[in-house]
Structure formats: C-alpha cells, structure tokens
Design a protein around this ligand. Structure first.
Ligand code: FAD
Length: 595
C-alpha cells in the first residue's frame, strides 16, 4: 500500500525562503496576522489529517468506487467520516471571506494544502474543491439575498457546490448548450435539460447540493453570448434556511471510468427545476469563469500532488528492491544484488519527477501569492499587474502540470517494473487518476489555445510583455552573482528563445490562424519549461547562499536537482522550438480523405 508524507520542508522553503511570502502577504490589508509560525502550524496540522485520515482511503476508494442505486450515490466507505473531519477542521474555508464564515487567510496557504490533499486522495479532494469554486462564483456575482442564503452553509461545508456546464452535444464548445431557463412570475426560473459528467452531482457527504448551471433564456442570442448562469439547489431551503422541498433535479446515472473512482461523475436531469439567476442575463459564461479559473489552477495542482506521492513511493521502492549490479562495480557486495537506486536510468526517472515537482511547486505558490496581491494590494496598478500574471499563467499551470503529472506517475510506475502494473502497490492507480486532469476543465489542447490565441494578444500583448520583463529583470539582478553564472546561461538562452518564438508566432498567427493552433501545445510547454527554469534559478540562488549552514543536505540536493532540470529537462525547448517553426502546413496540407 502506498504511503505519503507531506513535503512540509519544501513548502516552507518555497514560502519563507524563496518567495519571502511572510513579508509580502503580511503587508496586505487583512493578512497582518499571517505570521510564519501560523503558516507552519497550519501546514503541519493539515498534513496530519491528510496523511492519517484521508490518504488511507485512497486505494480503498479506487477499489470500491461510488455506487448508484435508485437515484442515490454512495461514496466509498470512510469518505463521509473523513469529510466530516475535514469540514469540522475548517479546511475547506481557509481562504474564504470571514463575512460568510471563512477564516480569511491568504489563498497561498489554501494552495499549499490543496497540493497535500490531492497527493493524499485526489478523488476526495474534488468534493470540497468544487464547493470552493462555486463559493467564489456566488460571492463574486450573485445578489446579496442569494449570498446570504447559500454561502454560510457552503462555507461551513454542510452544503456542497457543483459546476454544470457539459451536455452531450456541448463539451469544449459551450455555445452549444441547450438547457433552457423559463422565467417564472416570482422572479425565479424553471430549468430544463440534461447535464453530463457532473463531478459530485450527487453524493452522500452533504445535506444539500448547490448546482451552478449554464442555461439559455427564451429568445437569447445563439452561441456563448446567449448563456446565463443559474443557481439550482437540490433541496430548496425553508425560512430557517434548512433543506426542505426537493427540487426537480435528479441523478440519472453515474459513469464507470478509468480513474478517480471515488469521485462521482453524474448525469443530472433538470425537469423544470427552480433556479435563480446569478449575474446579468446572457453573461453566464463570464460569471462561470470565476469558478472555471479557480478550478483550472486546482486541476493543475492535481498533477503536482500525484507526481509528489508517486515520487515518494518510487524512491522508497528503488532503495529496497535489489536487482543487478551497479555498472561501475557492486555498491552493496554483502547483498544478493544492488538496490535499483544505483542504476542511472532509475535515477533519470526519479530526478525527472522530482525536478518537475519542485519547479511546479514553486510556480504554484508564486502564482498563489500573485492571486493574493491581485485581490488585496492597496495600489490598483500592482493589483492589475498581479492579475495579468495570474491570467497568463493559469492555462500553463493547468496543462503543463497535468501533462507532466501523467508522464511522471508513469515514470514512477516504471521504477516498480511489473510490480507497478499490478494494483497492490498503488502505482497504477496514480497513473489512472492523473489522466483525467489533462481532459477535464477544458482539455489541455484548449488551454494551449487560450494561451496562444487569447493571452498572448489581449491588451496589445501586455501580459507576455510584463512576464518577460520580470524574467529579464531577474537576469540583470543576478549578473554579478558569480556562483550562479553557470546556471544563468541556459536560462538566458531559454528566455531569448521564448521571446523570439513569441514574436514569430504572433506575427505568423496574425496572417494565418492555423499557425497558432498548430503551435499551441508545443509553445505552451516551452513557456512552462522556461517558467520552471526561472523558479529553479531562484531556488538555486537561495540554496547557494545557504549551502554551508545547518541543512547542508537539503540545499545541496536542491542545487543538484536544479542542475538536473536546467541540464537535462530544459533542453526540450530546442526540439519543441523547431517543431513549432515547422509551421501548420505539415498538418493542414493532408486532405481529410487521406486520414
Ligand atoms: C471524470 C470527468 C469529470 C468531469 N467533471 C465535469 C464537471 O464537473 N462539470 C462539467 O461541466 N463538465 C465536467 N466534465 C466534462 C469535461 O470538462 C469535458 O469532457 C471536457 O471539457 C471536454 O469536452 P468533451 O468531452 O465534450 O470533448 P470535445 O469538446 O468533444 O473535444 C474532443 C477533442 O477535440 C478537441 N477540440 C475541441 N474543440 C477544439 C478546438 N476548437 N480546437 C482544437 N481542438 C479542439 C479537444 O481538445 C479534445 O481533444 C467532466 C468530464 C469527466 C470525464
């Protein structure tokens, strides 16, 4: 059975030492009391719950899955008790506004805990994860009455939230949504239609489920401009705000699927169910994007969480399993064979996983700090700048983290040989669980299109300009840092490559839109690798300053892992650059009939 230990030391390194988040966040209004000690205490307490109560349910949840009978869903054994412990500890509402019962802590802390929770049990993490996204959409766009009625119980966690976008004919293209909303005399709406693939659409963890549903008003314009957002509760609350009358929404089935089997994936039927408009008519997709952007970041974190837990188990196995002798002579002659860890190819797989994980963790926490800055910085210009950075990096985190999460869980499974393929060790579950993050919440192909078609162009290219300037400034600051120079050189090359490619692509794409679509996935990976390289450079700089102190081993391995990233993983950008520049004709010239 796999085990998990939260990487607290590494999270502390990123938060306190790399990003100096203590000072940055405590200077924001409302966060004055977020001291280093408080952050450490929260990380440690969260780790206890996730390691001891939630992770042990992961394999069992996969085996048992969710069960569906007569419209009701039963989650795997132990999920309900664990969920109660989770909400009683207030873990779902750390960063929520105290006005609604949350704890008003920085998003950054919530992000770090999200990584741990997804490592422990990604299926479990989806139930409170979607509720958090729904809370932010309601808080940002609903009227005061809806907020007062629904938010306190959702923040408490006794009511959950869902995101109801997908229909059988409307997946990526939400302009094809057909669910209807008929106005009623009392100001509410009758919602009719069928949504598919709804995560947590029915479950037995909470006393009520609050669905956020995209639907069309009569006579609305075609496409996404005609979609509105509605809140549709499973039970309509009475005057005391207790769940009372059953609304006309029901679960028709749950899906059998490859992974995340402890998470229910539901067909939901709305049969003239009572719903309430959120935000302006026809602006539903824009309102829903508050939730979708939060979910995209959370889905990216799933790749990191699974990469981390897979790495931990693969290292333990590589130390124990004895096979063959080291190429340069036996490392453990007293044993029947040497541990797997002596073999360069095993180290390649482990270091690849670790280098992606630690780079991704730094990018994630940096992004979360920018989310907090974008919400709370007293200077509007600084808020806008942070918001630009978050907006630019969101599709990169969603797609790259989930892509590498799938790659690295498979690498860690490979470390186990045949034992990784059978269920007992739990490694094949990590691979299966990682796969969905590349697909849901907008496929990774669609994330890449968001980056190249939208984020590179909006506001006359302001977003990439800002980001590249930040990286270039860092290079200038470090020109005189002698020990860092060998690491700086490949990063300077990467930034130059990315800037040149961005200029080439935006020019080519303005003339031929297929150039953008053809380049998108490879371009996003170059962007992600360069961003991770920037974080690695910063981490190496901190580690070089501290390498003679008390934690010699920690800082040495940080420098070595960073060296591996820059020397062995970053060079992918050169091949990807050539692929992007080969242009779209290689794809588009083939006639449809020749496929
Ligand atoms: C387990 C699970 C849980 C889910 N949870 C939820 C949920 O809670 N709520 C919800 O609303 N939905 C949910 N979904 C739905 C999910 O978000 C969609 O499956 C996903 O967005 C893709 O839509 P689709 O399956 O219809 O694929 P399609 O849209 O048909 O796409 C098929 C392929 O075509 C590509 N493609 C489509 N359009 C373009 C384009 N313009 N350019 C290039 N390529 C394109 C896609 O990238 C993909 O590779 C869930 C799905 C699963 C499997």
């Amino acid at each position: 059975m796999p085990s998990y230990r939260a990487p607290i030391r590494d999270l502390q390194f990123v938060y306190h030492e790399l990003l100096n988040a203590d000072q940055t966040l405590a200077s924001l209004p409302g966060f004055e009391e977020t001291t280093a000690d408080l952050v450490d205490a929260i990380l440690e307490e969260g780790a206890k719950l996730f390691e001891q109560k939630i992770q042990p349910l992961n394999q069992l949840g996969d085996k048992q899955g969710c069960r569906f009978e007569a419209g009701e869903v039963t989650t795997p054994d132990g999920f309900k008790e664990a969920y109660n412990a989770y909400i009683e500890g207030g873990w779902g509402s750390l960063a929520v506004d105290p006005e609604w019962g949350g704890q008003g802590l920085p998003e950054t802390i919530s992000f770090m805990l999200e990584e741990m929770l997804t490592s422990a049990n990604v299926s479990f993490s989806l139930y409170p994860g979607l509720t958090r996204g729904a809370i932010s959409a309601i808080n940002s766009h609903a009227d005061d009455e809806l907020k007062a009625r629904y938010l306190p119980k959702m923040v408490e966690g006794v009511w959950s939230g869902t995101m109801c976008l997908t229909e059988s004919q409307a997946g990526t293209d939400l302009g094809l949504v057909r669910t209807k909303a008929e106005p009623r005399p009392d100001g509410s709406y009758g919602i009719t239609g069928t949504k598919i693939f709804i995560t947590g659409g029915e479950q037995d963890l909470t006393e009520n489920i609050i669905h956020l549903v995209l639907a069309r008003l009569p006579g609305s314009p075609e496409g996404i401009k005609g979609i509105s957002l509605f809140l549709v509760p499973k039970f309509l609350p009475d005057d005391d705000n207790e769940p009372a009358q059953r609304n006309h929404v029901s679960c028709g089935a749950i899906e059998q699927k490859m992974g995340i089997k402890g998470s229910s994936t539901c067909v939901l039927n709305f049969d003239n169910a009572q719903g309430f408009l959120i935000g302006p008519e026809h602006r539903g997709l824009a309102c829903m994007f508050t939730m979708m952007n939060a979910e995209r970041l959370a889905i990216g974190i799933q790749g990191l969480g699974l990469g981390e837990v897979a790495y931990q188990n693969a290292v333990a196995y590589a130390r124990d399993r004895l096979q063959s002798r080291a190429a340069g002579g036996s490392a453990a002659p007293q044993l029947s064979a040497d541990p797997l860890l002596v073999h360069p190819d095993i180290r390649r797989m482990l270091l690849t996983t670790r280098a992606y994980n630690e780079g991704a963790r730094a990018v994630a926490v940096w992004t979360a700090v920018n989310i907090d800055l974008s919400h709370r910085h007293p200077d509007a210009a600084k808020r806008a700048e942070a918001d630009d950075l978050v907006s630019l990096i969101t599709p990169v985190i969603k797609a790259f983290f989930s892509d590498y999460g799938y790659e690295t869980t498979a690498l860690c499974q490979q470390v186990f040989g045949g034992h990784g393929y059978i269920s007992e060790w739990g490694m094949e579950q990590f691979v299966r669980d990682a796969r969905i993050a590349q697909i849901y919440e907008g496929t990774n192909g669609v994330q890449a299109l968001d980056l190249v078609r939208r984020k590179l162009f909006i506001h006359d290219g302001r977003l990439p300009d800002r980001f590249f300037r930040l990286l270039a400034d860092y290079i200038e600051q470090q020109r005189t840092n002698q020990p860092l120079q060998p690491y700086l050189t490949p990063f300077i090359e990467a930034l130059n490559l990315l800037r040149d490619l961005t200029a080439w692509l935006t020019e080519q794409g303005s003339e031929n839109p297929n150039q953008l679509g053809a380049a998108a996935t490879d371009y996003l990976r170059i962007f992600a690798l360069t961003t991770s390289a920037w974080m690695w450079l910063r981490m190496i700089a901190v580690a070089l300053e501290n390498r003679d102190g008390n934690e010699v081993d920690f800082y040495r391995s940080k420098i070595q892992t960073g060296g591996f990233f820059l020397g062995r993983l970053l060079p992918q950008i050169h091949a990807l650059n050539m692929a992007v520049r080969s242009g779209s004709d290689l794809l588009m010239d083939m006639r449809d009939t020749d496929f």
